[in-house]
Each structure stands twice: as structure tokens, then as C-alpha cells.
Design a protein around this ligand. Structure first.
Ligand code: FRU
Length: 503
């Protein structure tokens, strides 16, 4: 493709967006989370800073609120809080990506062009079991921040460049960066060749290049070895606070202690690089988020040096709750990352504070049974809460925050100090599909006071525990008009609460 105007597929997508996305009222969209412009969104892609703006692309099917042949949607922001949709950037319009333009990343080339690196999936017929044989290769496109032209020499990395014993149908999601050695590097998710009646085991492969076009194999950065889920998707690796961090999204996870839940999940591996092999020497491993709807993380190094992470605020296991909406899929609030004592900490980007309005605060409120407070309600709010026992010798046994509450509907965050368990629950949120409705996490530390920051938006709740050492994220389908918030204690608790509306 020499020029984007030559692509009928991209043209059709842009025409469809232009004709129909304006018909979706702002009232049925999140206030400060980026949703699909129209139709379906999954993984955030190409998170980058180009010509004074943050660019965020995403896995996109504009024609339905279901997954379909993948395009890249596109949005920009100057503050990571308010997003503007741009025309779709990529479409599945080449023989090597006719099954889909899958996930990838972006960076700014030294000559000023914006580079996208993505997985092209080619439909190579059927597997013996009837599934599509999708050959996955890594491709690039160059652009100016709006229009992108696929490189005529695509693919730039194909499965012949994988080491012996790797599966050509699972080789995807390149995350590219420019290293301090002056070379481009890129990591992809891959796995061993496997029989279709067994589970593959994920491996993260790394490639290097002097020009982002000609690549050679560099090393196997990490291996699952059958431990956490199967195939590892969407890798991202970076140095932070003196440690090397690898974020991945494993498929087919098994529930394990209080750390991992079943299904598609997220994993942070923290350690250092082996100087000889380039492989990650793991020192610790954790879930990134303990909620329900969180997958496919990607980070950026912001111009002021912060490592900021986004993720798809949904999960493959909960997509059946989409259905009737004109858009489906959103991106979490961008989160600033840090590593402390071998643990990943997350905190909403500081830019969110400039979207705060209408402060309402109370201190030392005694809560026994259910309490509502004047001015504390809403579905687009930033809530900070600290809860202590009223009487240390006779502590409360349970503390609950109800939100998105009205009529028969509510969702909740419940803390039981005896087990240090924090549980989110959306059973009565108006869910009409039998998707996961609750999740819990055990606090890592507790000094007698529960401290939470809760970000509500029209269709979601994100909970940051303490200083961000744990987070829980879930989508909430309840009618945004139901905006009640109340507090409940079994026994007697004392609470400080501060609330802002987010606009
Ligand atoms: C993760 C993922 C990626 C892939 C994309 C396809 O959610 O499966 O591995 O590139 O979605 O839409």
C-alpha cells in the first residue's frame, strides 16, 4: 500500500465512523475513560507521545460491539484524561494482515516520523480442528499522527526468525523501544509448538534492529515454563526504580492462593537482566490488578520521565456483557508506576487532579449500620476514604461502601479486617449475563486503618489500596442515573471521606 487513500478497507472504516459515531450521545459514554469511538475495542496499542500529544490506539472493530477483523482505532490527549477521537489508523487490507491488524506499539523515529509496529495476521487456511490457521508476523507503518502508510517490505519479522520449536500461530504484540545502546528493541509474546489438545507455554522473545526495519533475534527474555497460565500476550518491559519489570497478560490462568484468579489475567515479573544472556532473572511475581476487568497492559515513558501504564478495562471472560451498546470496551485511567520493595505500585496520573470539582469532605464520621452523607454521591467521582475502628478493643467486623446505588441496584466494596479481605461485588449491578461478579484481594499490609482511593466513572470502578500497592478494577453496567453512595459498618467504625466530581 503506497498511500492510505488506496485502502478501501480503511476508507470504509473511516466513513462508517464519520457517519455514525456522532450519533452516540456523550451521555452514554464514560466521562474520563477512553471508550471505542464506535463498535468494539480491546487492547490499547501504540501508546506514545508525538508532536505534543499523547497518542493511544486500540484494537478496534468499528462495525459491531463484538470482536471482528481488527483495525486500529486512534485517539489523542494532551492531559491523559480528556481524549479526542481521530480517524481509524490501520485496517486489515494486505495479504499479510487480512485476518487482522493485531496489537502493537509505537515510537517516534529520529527523523520525526511516527512508527507503528503491529502484528499482521494472515489467514492461511484451516487447522485440522477447523480453526483458522492465522500466521502471525510483525509489521510496521509510518505516519504523521493521523495517516499511516504500511511499509512496502512488510513483514519485518516473520516466524522463520523464531528459534526452533516455536509456534508460528502465536507470535504477537510487539512492544518497541529505543534502547540506551542506540538500538531499537522489541519484545513479543510467543510459545512452544503444541498439540491442540494441550496448553502452550508462553515465552517472551526479544529482537533488535539499528533502523526499526531490519531485525535480528536477540534473546528469550522470559519463559512461563508451565507456571502461570498458557500463552503470554502483550508483553512490555522497562527499567524502573533500579529493577527490570516485565508485564504480560497470560491466558488460561489457574486460580492460585489470593494472588491469581482463573481466566485471562495480568502478571508483573520484577527482577534484573542477566548480563550475558539478556534474560530476566526473576526476583518476584504478582498480579497487576486483582479486579475483574483488566487486561493487556501497555506503558509509555512520559516526556517528564514517568512510567505510565494503561490497560483494557475489560476481560475476554466478561465480554458477553457488551451486547446492545453502540460501543464496547474502555481503557483504564492511566496509572503512574513505581517499584518499591520488589512490588509494583500504581497510582492514577496526577493530571486527573485537574479534573476534580466540587470538593466535599468529612472527618471522623461515626458509622454504625448504614450512613449516607450530604453531597457524597455520583457516578463520576474521585473518592478518598480512611476507615478505623471506633473502639480498638471492639473493632468493627465489616465495612462496606455501596455505590451505583438506586432501586434494586448496587455494587459494593467490602472490607473484613479479621481476614484483611477486600472484596468487590457487582452481583446486583444489572448484569444480565453470568459473568464473574466478585473478586477479592488480601491486603498486604494493614496498620489498623483502611485507606482507599476509588475512581468511579459511568460504567466502571477502579480501587487503589493504600499507596497503590494493590488495585481492583471492574466495569459496572448500572444505569448512570443511579448514583447513590452509602457506607455501612457491622459494629462501629470511624471514617474520613473526601469526594470530588470528575469532569
Ligand atoms: C490480547 C489479544 C492480543 C492480540 C489481540 C487481538 O487481548 O489477544 O494478543 O494481538 O488481542 O485483538
Amino acid at each position: 500500500m503506497s498511500n492510505y487513500t488506496d485502502s478501501e478497507t480503511l476508507y470504509a472504516a473511516r466513513r462508517h465512523e464519520a457517519l455514525f459515531s456522532g450519533k452516540i450521545s456523550d451521555d452514554v459514554r464514560p466521562v474520563y475513560h477512553l471508550p471505542a469511538r464506535i463498535g468494539w475495542m480491546n487492547d490499547p496499542n501504540g501508546f506514545s507521545f508525538y508532536q505534543g500529544k499523547y497518542h493511544l490506539f486500540y484494537q478496534y472493530y468499528p462495525y459491531d460491539s463484538k470482536w471482528g477483523p481488527m483495525h486500529w482505532g486512534h485517539a489523542v490527549s494532551t492531559d491523559l484524561v480528556h481524549w479526542e477521537h481521530l480517524p481509524a489508523a490501520l485496517a486489515p487490507d494486505e495479504p499479510y494482515d487480512d485476518f487482522g491488524v493485531f496489537s502493537g506499539s509505537a515510537l517516534v523515529l529520529p527523523d520525526g516520523r511516527h512508527l507503528l509496529m503491529y502484528t499482521g495476521v494472515m489467514n492461511a487456511g484451516k487447522n485440522p480442528d477447523g480453526s483458522i490457521d492465522g500466521r502471525q508476523t510483525q509489521c510496521i507503518a509510518f505516519g504523521d499522527g493521523v495517516n499511516y502508510v504500511k511499509y512496502e517490505g512488510n513483514p519485518v519479522i516473520d516466524s522463520s526468525m523464531l528459534p526452533e520449536g516455536f509456534d508460528p500461530q502465536n507470535f504477537r504484540d510487539p512492544k518497541i523501544w529505543l534502547g540506551s545502546d542506540g538500538l531499537f528493541h522489541s519484545v513479543m509474546g510467543a510459545c512452544n509448538k503444541y498439540d491442540r489438545d494441550e496448553l502452550p507455554s508462553g515465552r517472551i522473545v526479544q529482537y533488535k534492529s539499528h533502523d526499526a526495519i531490519h531485525w535480528e533475534f536477540e534473546c528469550i527474555l522470559a519463559e512461563n515454563r508451565g507456571r502461570v497460565g498458557s500463552m503470554w500476550e502483550c508483553p512490555d518491559t522497562f527499567e524502573l526504580d533500579g529493577k527490570q519489570v516485565l508485564l504480560v497478560s497470560p491466558q488460561d490462568m489457574l486460580a492460585e492462593s489470593n494472588e491469581f484468579a482463573s481466566g485471562n489475567g495480568t502478571l508483573a515479573l520484577i527482577g534484573h537482566l542477566d548480563e550475558e544472556t539478556g534474560a530476566l532473572v526473576e526476583e518476584s511475581m504478582q498480579s497487576i490488578d486483582y479486579g475483574i476487568d483488566f487486561y493487556a497492559t501497555q506503558t509509555i515513558l512520559s516526556p517528564d520521565g514517568r512510567r505510565i501504564m494503561v490497560a483494557w478495562m475489560q476481560n475476554w471472560d466478561s465480554i458477553s456483557m457488551g451486547g446492545h451498546r453502540p460501543w464496547f470496551g474502555q481503557v483504564v485511567v492511566p496509572r503512574e508506576l513505581s517499584v518499591r520493595d520488589g512490588r509494583l505500585y500504581q497510582w492514577p496520573v496526577r493530571e486527573l487532579e485537574s479534573a476534580r470539582r466540587n470538593r466535599v469532605a468529612y472527618s471522623n464520621v461515626e458509622v454504625e449500620g448504614e450512613t449516607m452523607l450530604e453531597g457524597i454521591s455520583g457516578r463520576s467521582v474521585d473518592l478518598t476514604i480512611a476507615v478505623r475502628p471506633y473502639d480498638e478493643d471492639d473493632p468493627y467486623t465489616e465495612f462496606t461502601i455501596w455505590f451505583a446505588k438506586g432501586g434494586q441496584f448496587h455494587s459494593s466494596i467490602r472490607f473484613r479486617p479479621a481476614e484483611l479481605m477486600l472484596k468487590i461485588n457487582r452481583k446486583h449491578s444489572g448484569l444480565r449475563r453470568a459473568v464473574v461478579k466478585d473478586r477479592k484481594c488480601q491486603l498486604l499490609s494493614y496498620d489498623g486503618e483502611l485507606r482507599l482511593r476509588v475512581l468511579l466513572d459511568r460504567y466502571s470502578a477502579e480501587i487503589f489500596v493504600g499507596e497503590g500497592e494493590q488495585t481492583l478494577t471492574m466495569t459496572v453496567p448500572t444505569d448512570p442515573a443511579l448514583d447513590g453512595i452509602s457506607f455501612f459498618a457491622e459494629g462501629k467504625a470511624v471514617m474520613d471521606v473526601e469526594k470530588f466530581d470528575l469532569v
